[in-house]
Design a protein around this ligand. Structure first.
Ligand code: FES
Length: 317
């Protein structure tokens, strides 16, 4: 995304909706209308720890005055979900990316929505859209227990018999049996979002269905993306210097620590000021700034990292 895609919003609500799951609502300071979005959309957020995370939007996207997300505290969080839970409070400002949609609801005769745990979030808007347009749908929501299942009672109240809620108590022997849903292919489209084992199971069960009818949320927006930092060497062509970037430092921090001046502002991959030339090596781009056609030639050094050793240089060299 480019800079103009970033919205500066305020946290207008924060509340617990299940064990380890908090709902956040973001609104403009003057409560004005926000960019609309379609079911399945997500927003990216610059979290207080500086990492960027993506979360599915839950509320109605037609001329919204707020964005509603739910954030699960991930046990292996490297700071993203943890910093949202612990440091982001009502009244704080937050930078979010305009909604984007990599899980769009295509036109179909009917739908089967399958959500596991916090993976329910993108499916709520889809079910709501089907209800308003009179489209046939079923929603199967699997979770460990009532305590772990955000919004399950609201969903039952709103969608009645169109919703099946299944609690397995964390016992692999008690997981929902989906075979009846997939045994005989039909023209409905299937949307699935949840933990990897659930998505793997649906992939396996739907192998005899036309591929274009089965949709998965690939980037795991329900929990945000938690990256793993691997140390690497960054070389600066114009100065001839090389530095080790450890797993707890960014390139920007490393260069700054060596007395090199790199412009920076947000330090969360959203403002565009720390852009440097990428001359060689492969990069994990974690910013919201670069367009994909810039990935081979540029890097935002406040958040992005080498997948191995990389050579970069200042923009004006
Ligand atoms: S994108 Fe703002 S400092 Fe890097």
């Amino acid at each position: 995304m480019n800079e103009s895609n970033a919205l500066n919003l305020l946290v207008s609500q924060k509340k617990q909706v299940a064990k380890d799951i908090l709902e956040f609502q973001f609104a403009a300071g003057d409560e004005s209308e926000l960019p609309s979005f379609q079911p399945g959309s997500h927003i990216a957020i610059a979290t207080p720890c500086g990492a960027n995370r993506q979360y599915s939007l839950i509320n109605d996207g037609n001329k919204p005055t707020l964005y509603q997300i739910a954030v699960k505290l991930e046990p292996q969080s490297r700071g993203g979900s943890q910093s949202l839970h612990e440091q982001l409070n009502v009244g704080h400002s937050v930078i979010v990316q305009r909604p984007d949609n990599s899980f769009p609801l295509v036109d179909a005769p009917g739908y089967l929505f399958i959500g596991g745990g916090i993976g329910i979030t993108p499916l709520i808007g889809m079910a709501r859209a089907c209800q308003s347009s009179g489209k046939s749908f079923r929603l199967i929501y699997c979770a460990r227990s009532e305590e772990h299942a955000a919004y399950w009672q609201d969903l039952k109240n709103t969608f009645d018999d169109s919703v099946v809620v299944h609690f397995d108590g964390g016992d692999p022997e008690e997981v929902y049996d989906f075979w009846d849903e997939f045994m005989i292919p039909n023209p409905d489209h299937v949307y699935c979002c949840g933990p990897r084992p659930l998505m793997d199971e649906i992939k396996a069960l739907s192998g005899h269905w036309p591929e274009q009818q089965i949709h998965f949320e690939d980037f795991n927006p329900q929990s945000g993306r938690d990256y793993v930092n691997i140390p690497f060497t960054v070389s600066i062509k114009s100065t001839g210097e090389s530095f080790e970037v450890g797993d707890s430092a960014t390139i920007l921090e490393t260069l700054r620590g060596q007395g090199l001046r790199v412009p920076s502002s947000c330090e969360s991959g959203t403002c565009g000021s720390c852009k440097m030339k990428l001359l060689s090596g492969s990069v994990e781009h974690r910013d919201f700034v670069l367009e994909s056609d810039e990935y081979e030639s540029a890097i935002m050094v406040c958040v992005s990292r080498g997948k191995g050793d990389i050579e970069i240089d200042f923009e004006d060299y």
